[in-house]
Structure formats: C-alpha cells, structure tokens
Design a protein around this ligand. Structure first.
Ligand SMILES: C[S@@+](CC[C@H](N)C(=O)[O-])C[C@H]1O[C@@H](n2cnc3c(N)ncnc32)[C@H](O)[C@@H]1O
Length: 358
C-alpha cells in the first residue's frame, strides 16, 4: 500500500476523495431511478400535488414502506422535493420533463436502467476478468426491453423527421415501394415505425435473439401490419446478393462476431443503387479523444460488461462499444461502398450515422 505520508498535495487528495464519494452516491441514485422508472413511480408523481408517501404508494399500488425509502433516496438525490412540515413529496414539472415516458427532453430514466443492469452483472464479471471468456445475450435480464426503450426515443421517434432526410432520395423510394432489411433489429420498433409510414414497401427484420423477435412479431401483428416480417437469424456470414434496396442497422454492428465481415455481406446484399444506413456509437477509437464524450464512462462500462463479452461469446473480435467512428468509417470503406457520408444528429450526440451507397 502507498504511504500516504508521502502525499505532496493533501488538498488535492481531499478534493478527489469528495469527488469519489459523489460518484458512489450518484451510482446509487441511478439504480434507484431505474427502479422508479420500472415501477412507473415517476409517472405517478408527475403532475401530482404534493402528496404523502401513503398517497403515492396507494396510487402506484405499491408497498408504502419501500416507496417511502425510495422517495428518501430521490429527495436526497435532488430529484423529488420534500416538505418536512406536511411530510409531502413533490416532483417538479421541470424534473418530470426528463424523467417520465414521453417526456419532452427524452426520458433519461431509461438510461439509468443500464447502470442497474451493469450491477446485476458484477458476479459474472469477476469470472470473465479471470477467464477472458464471453457471454450470451440471454445472460442479461431485460436487455432487449432496455435497448428497445432506448432506441424508441433516439431512433424510432426521429426516423421520419431527422434520420431519413440524411439520404434525401430515401423517402420517395420508400413511398414508391422498396425492399428493406433491419440487420440486428432487436424488438423491431424502428422497422415497425417505417412499415407503418410506408405501406408500399416491404420490410424484414433479422436478429439472433428469439425473445426479441417474438416481441417484434407481436407488436407488428397488434399494429395490423402485413408488410413486415421478422426472422430469428444469426447474421454471422450473412449475404443474400442483390436482395435489398435499403439496409439499416441501428447500434448493431460493433458487438457482432466480425463487424467487417457483416458489413461486407450487407453491401453485397444491396441491389445496385442500394443504400446502407448505419447508426453506431459516436465515440472515437482513441481513448484520449473521449474524455469529454457524453456518458463516456457509462459507454465504456457497457462495453466492458456487455458489448465486448457478447462479441467474444460468439467467438468474435470483441471490438467494444467504443470501437470508434474512425473504425466504423474504415470498415464501410473497406467493404467497398462507393460513397460513405458521416453525420451527427443534434438530438442524439451519443451516436454517429453513416449513409453508404453501393
Ligand atoms: C445493441 S442491440 C440493438 C438492437 C436494435 N437495433 C435497437 O436499436 O434497439 C444489438 C442487436 O444485435 C443483435 N445481434 C448481435 N449479434 C448478432 C448476430 N450474430 N446475428 C444477428 N443479430 C445479432 C442482438 O441480438 C441485438 O438485438
């Protein structure tokens, strides 16, 4: 152990210790936020007059003792206000604006679920570090639910107004009727959004995970869609020459077994004039460039405990979440696309978008 008496700058050490305490405290707030989101407690509080813990628990149909303790964590975390005289709790409208489903600033409580899920992986992670082995998607409870909530906000909600205009010809072609693949579609909400908007086009979603595809099929059926199908399919080695006019992948390339091989196969699966629309994480391949990247620590943590091990678990390269836009762009160029454009959208600073043409 280091001899603390050799410390040159004790003030700096004390300041750093305070920062570490804050980090640990914020981690606990994030886990409590995640639980509040899952239980619908922020929705219960939003728009409600200051209320007692009994009233809030009764409204939510939950056990008061637990709700009261959760509220205490939210009050000390600065999320909920507390009036000690009346023993009432209140969620200000300005806070609800980023904490409830459909919130105008996006629901940031959705992201807190990643922190809770990381915690659930701790025991497994200890073994992974020792053995270097990988994981399977099934090892992560709720992964597809969290991912779908995440991409519903950042992708599905912005598809028509912000994302499709990145390739100006796409909307007209989709209106006329083209063949579209979503590679690694998860629960398929983005593809369903497109299928609803463009009834003349034909949509196929493919994903490795049966539970995600089952959810996608059910959602499509409940939406009355006849122009979208979903397949359970391992995209390792995928190639169906000249089948699609548009292929999209939303945050689904870096954690594949062999991203470069997948992108090559996707290019060959496009018809002449075809477009590949790829969203991936917008961080840099170089750690030193990511020091100020939004939520960089969360992204590296998700990389360490999810994206890297699921790739390794498929016998893959384990490039990680932060493989970097430079690697992504080089992968697209090496796959032989005639043109590759890179975009960052104002509503989504975490991600990068590539429009690549055959
Ligand atoms: C980060 S998730 C993104 C899911 C979805 N596109 C979204 O935005 O919600 C990555 C997806 O890639 C899928 N995937 C990973 N490896 C795959 C493989 N070898 N074949 C097919 N799908 C795969 C996973 O099952 C997962 O649904």
């Amino acid at each position: 152990m280091n001899d603390v008496t050799t410390l040159k700058d004790t003030a700096a050490a004390e300041t750093f210790a305070e920062e570490v305490s804050t980090i640990v405290n914020h981690g606990a707030i994030a886990v409590m936020m995640s639980i509040g989101h899952r239980l619908g407690l922020f929705e219960t509080l939003a728009g409600r007059a200051p209320s007692t813990s009994q009233e809030i628990a009764a409204e939510a149909g939950l056990a008061e003792r637990y709700v009261r303790e959760w509220l205490a964590a939210m009050v000390t975390g600065g999320m909920v206000r507390y009036d000690a005289v009346t023993a009432r709790y209140h969620l200000p409208a300005e806070h609800a604006a980023c904490l409830v489903r459909g919130a105008p600033y996006g629901n940031l409580a959705v992201f807190a679920q990643h922190v809770a899920l990381l915690g659930q992986m701790q025991e497994r992670a200890l073994t992974l570090f020792e053995t270097g082995e990988g994981t399977r998607y099934d090892d992560y409870p709720c992964f597809h639910q969290i991912m779908a909530e995440d991409s519903e906000q950042s992708v599905a909600a912005a598809l028509i107004d912000s994302i499709l205009p990145l390739a100006p010809d796409l909307e007209g072609r989709l209106r006329e009727g083209i063949d579209v693949l979503d590679a690694g579609c998860g629960r398929g909400l983005a593809l369903i959004e497109l299928a609803l908007a463009f009834p003349e086009s034909r949509f196929v979603g493919m994903d490795l995970c049966e539970d995600a595809i089952a959810f996608a099929r059910l959602t499509a059926r409940n939406s009355g869609l006849a122009n979208v199908t979903f397949e359970v399919r391992d995209l390792t080695g995928y190639c169906e020459p000249d089948r699609f006019d548009l292929i999209a992948s939303f945050d689904a390339v870096h954690d594949q077994k062999d991203p470069a091989a997948l992108v090559r196969g996707l290019r060959k699966s496009l018809k002449p004039g075809g477009v590949y629309l790829m969203q991936d994480i917008g961080g840099s391949a170089r750690l030193e460039n990511n020091l100020d990247f939004p939520m960089a620590s969360l992204l590296y943590a998700v990389s360490c405990l999810h994206c890297t091990p699921v790739s390794l678990g498929q016998g893959g390269l384990g490039l990680g979440t932060m493989w970097g836009w430079e690697t992504a762009e080089a992968t697209l160029r090496d796959a032989g696309f005639g043109s590759v454009e890179r975009h960052v959208l104002p509503h989504d600073p975490l991600n990068v978008w590539f429009v690549s043409r055959v």
